[in-house]
Design a protein around this ligand. Structure first.
Ligand code: DGJ
Length: 541
């Protein structure tokens, strides 16, 4: 018989061993709002999603070897990966976790976090990711019916069987994550993808017609400030009645899917929008109907409280339009997050400057080669972005920005959450911008080619910079294709650099590489194509 001391020793050793084998408990990722600013907290500290979204069909285990090297090349800290309902539930009620498990294992092996995209009832307005057993039973899993009584290639938000199946499958996914992801590799979940419908303004099925004839639900009336006594959809919203109705229906459905998932495992959840034109929105019908477009954000908030954010897929290439989208989705009741974006890498600085919690360009993996013969390419490279995704050439423009921000992502997230960081990027026709920091103004100028030169703007807008205030007279500065200077706000004072330290952060501590001076700083802090991080002390007299 073993002695008491012997048993105690065995217990001690086995407890120690099992503690060693168990992944460390990490706290749940969650959104925090303080002083009107939002942050995604990961391991109890603000985290910036320096993200990348893969192409639609790149979430399969056999394709992942073409994803991870792209993430390393890009210097992303988080990858957004689809989870396909058709793969996850090949037979009704039978769930296949193999693809999700491959994502978890691969992301961990490459020190990446994941944001999962639940491609289910809606993907770009269609129901193409529904499992085959659902596609083969359209009488049960019904489609939207258009005004002429014809079925549309989109799920009806009133199909109770579809809602039940989606919510059940999604809850199974979240339950699995709860047990398989103590490490919290997964940070957030996008529920569905660009939900809504094209080709009709709303569902005209009998179930939809009944509800369209009923009063606007009280929570929607309140959210949209409907005048009392105007409770019919047409009375309340006029020409917007149909899109608002469909938005309410889709939001209600997705809100219930999200709530079922959250009951199993409450990660932050969001939806993404195919946008309407931000500067000159067209009439209903000119954009996807029912999705979280800017005009119906309040309806989504009211109808789907389980969702933490509604997010824009910002593919605008015009600077003013891009920025307008950011302004429309950064709201007191909504953290700004870009689950899909494209265009100029400098747009990153516009998003950062508006306290975005993350930024994820779309189409980032090595699944394609640029196989369009040079001779066949339009001279100005006006290929649609989708024709170029999945290549090194497509990712490369983002590498400098990600290389700059990657090593300081935690500092950037914290400084932004504390309201100490500002960022901006070049706008056509504007050669200098001024940012205000208490007793100091910082100017960001573009196209200054000599020590005492005047800013002329870059040949095409490409510059950007961030400036964070570390102390009254100390700043952290980084950027590209720009010159940054500091001026005391008091007009009768002169300012000068006390020190300009080039360096990097290691475990939260700034490490000096060298002091810059002379040609490198006499005209200001010059940023070109190479990632450069500066800690700058200034003095005034
Ligand atoms: C927006 C969608 O949300 C993405 O999944 C993808 O389809 C892109 N458009 C374009 O390829």
């Amino acid at each position: 018989m073993k002695s008491f001391r012997g048993i105690a020793f065995v217990l001690l050793v086995s407890t120690a061993l099992s503690a060693f084998a168990q992944p460390k408990e990490h706290s749940m990722p969650h959104l925090v709002k303080r002083d009107g600013r939002y942050a995604l907290f990961v391991d109890d500290a603000p985290y910036f999603v320096l993200g990348a979204q893969v192409n639609n069909s790149s979430g399969w285990p056999g394709i992942l070897p073409k994803v991870w090297p792209a993430m390393e090349f890009m210097h992303a800290n988080t990858v957004e990966m689809p989870v396909y309902w058709e793969q996850f539930e090949p037979k009704e009620g039978q769930y296949d976790y193999s693809a999700v498990d491959a994502l978890l294992a691969g992301a961990r092996a490459h020190q990446l976090h994941l944001i999962l995209l639940w491609f289910a009832t809606w993907k770009n307005g269609n129901a193409h990711y529904m499992p085959q057993w659902m596609k083969l039973a359209p009488e049960r899993y019904t489609h939207v019916i258009d005004e002429n009584g014809r079925p549309v290639d989109s799920a009806s938000p009133f199909a109770e069987a579809s809602l039940e199946a989606d919510a059940k499958a999604f809850a199974a996914l979240m339950r699995h994550l709860k047990s398989a992801d103590a490490q919290r590799t997964v940070l957030m979940i996008q529920v569905e993808n660009e939900a809504g419908v094209y080709g009709t303004l709303r569902d005209y099925s009998p179930a939809a017609q009944r509800l369209f004839a009923a009063p606007v639900p009280a929570d929607v009336q309140k959210a949209m400030n409907v005048s009392s006594g105007m409770s019919g959809w047409h009375d309340a919203f006029g020409s917007e009645a149909e899109v608002n109705f469909h938005a309410w229906a889709v939001a209600k459905y997705i809100g219930q899917v999200a709530a079922a998932g959250k009951a199993a495992y409450p990660l932050p959840m969001f939806v993404n929008a195919a946008l309407r034109d931000p500067l000159t929105p067209g009439a209903p019908g000119s954009y996807e109907s029912g999705g979280p477009t800017d005009n119906v954000i309040a309806i989504w908030k009211a109808a789907a409280p389980a969702l933490d954010m509604v997010c824009p897929d910002d593919y605008q290439t015009d600077t003013a339009a891009y920025v307008k989208v950011l302004d429309l989705y950064r709201r007191d009741d909504n953290a700004l997050y870009l689950p899909e974006t494209g265009g100029s890498p400098r747009f990153f600085f516009f998003a950062l400057g508006r306290q975005a919690i993350g930024f994820s360009p779309f189409g980032m993996d090595f699944t394609k080669i640029l196989d369009i013969p040079d001779a066949a390419r339009p001279k100005d490279e006006l290929l649609t972005p989708w024709a170029r995704t999945g290549t090194k050439e497509f990712i490369a423009p983002f590498v400098p920005v990600y290389s700059l921000i990657g090593p300081i992502d935690r500092e950037i997230a914290r400084l932004n959450f504390e309201g100490k960081l500002q960022a901006t990027a070049e706008e056509p026709g504007k050669v200098t911008q001024t940012l205000h920091f208490g007793a100091w103004d910082a100017t960001v100028s573009y196209g200054v080619w000599s020590r005492r030169g005047r800013p002329a703007g870059n040949p095409q807008p490409m510059g950007g910079a961030f400036i964070a205030q570390l102390g009254n007279d100390q700043f952290l500065v980084g950027g590209f294709y720009s010159r940054v200077n500091f001026h005391p706000t008091a007009r009768d004072m002169h300012g000068e650099f006390l020190s300009v330290e080039e360096g990097f952060y290691e475990n939260g501590v700034f490490k000096l590489v060298r002091l810059l001076n002379g040609d490198q700083t006499d005209g200001g802090l010059d940023f070109n194509s190479v990632p450069l991080l500066l800690r700058v002390s200034v003095a005034s007299h």
